[in-house]
Write a protein that binds this ligand. Structure first.
Ligand SMILES: [Zn+2]
Length: 67
């Protein structure tokens, strides 16, 4: 398996459904919204893995040269 695609994937975890799914970073927000909408009446149950979300925030900040 090669990882030629440079789109980072992020894990979305839902403690209620006990699922983790990996989606492209650019779709993570939508995927979380959709999941919570469909399965949890819009409650914010599922979310991007917090540790990963932190790492991504750092990564993006560095990318944009905000520091
Ligand atoms: Zn769920």
């Amino acid at each position: 398996m090669t990882e030629s695609d440079d789109t980072p994937e992020v894990p979305i975890v839902c403690p209620d459904c006990e699922t983790t799914s990996r989606v492209p970073l650019s779709e993570a927000g939508d995927a979380v919204d959709r999941h919570n909408d469909r399965l949890h009446d819009g409650d914010e149950v599922a979310s991007v893995d917090p540790e990963v979300a932190d790492a991504i925030a750092d990564m993006v900040a560095e990318d944009l040269d905000l520091v």
